[in-house]
Design a protein around this ligand. Structure first.
Ligand code: HEM
Length: 143
């Protein structure tokens, strides 16, 4: 379980990195109607990391996490409210946006789609990560 949480935590950096690179590449190619293999691979890497995060997140959510609680006190406690609702819902929306952006770009060779969908997903992911400086959430390490 600890290994799963560490993997989920560490993978955030790869996801953030590949999303940021995808945003830069798609912006630089926004008026280009050709999708090269290298560009597609960059967009695909963010898509894959987001889906690995989804898979690990779902396992933590439904099986291992003690911070996901379904009871009348879930909303009263900052930690259980964050992981049961805010974090998971925010990330689900962000992953859906990455998926739509990637599929639209692949079908229409449209870099603009990746730019906007990945950019909005990045903002949501940043807002939904339990950063150590959000002390009330009880997550104190950056790794
Ligand atoms: C964009 C994708 C995601 C990122 C970047 C992300 C990031 C993180 C981070 C950094 C933590 C803290 C880990 C630690 O304690 O060191 C965490 C915890 C957690 N995440 Fe995610 N997450 C993502 C998606 C999801 C999804 C989709 C779900 C569930 C549907 C989920 C469920 C959880 C749960 C339940 C925990 C608490 C684990 C525990 O300590 O018991 N995550 N996540």
């Amino acid at each position: 379980m600890n290994a799963l949480i560490s993997a989920h935590s560490g993978l955030r950096w790869l996801l953030l990195l590949t999303i940021i690179i995808s945003i830069i590449v798609s912006y630089a190619n926004r008026s280009n109607s050709v999708l090269e293999k290298k560009q597609k691979l960059i967009y695909l890497s963010a898509f894959i990391f987001s889906h690995i995060q989804l898979l690990i997140g779902l396992i933590l959510y439904f099986i291992y996490s003690g911070k996901v609680v379904f009871s009348s006190s879930t909303m009263a406690d900052k930690i259980t409210r964050f992981f049961t609702l805010e974090h998971s819902l925010g990330m689900l929306i962000a992953i859906a946006l990455i998926t739509i952006g990637y599929i639209k770009c692949k079908k229409q060779n449209n870099h603009n789609r990746v730019f906007w969908f990945y950019l909005i997903a990045l903002v949501i992911i940043f807002a939904s990560i339990p950063w150590p400086f959000r002390e009330a959430l009880g997550v104190s390490n950056w790794a």
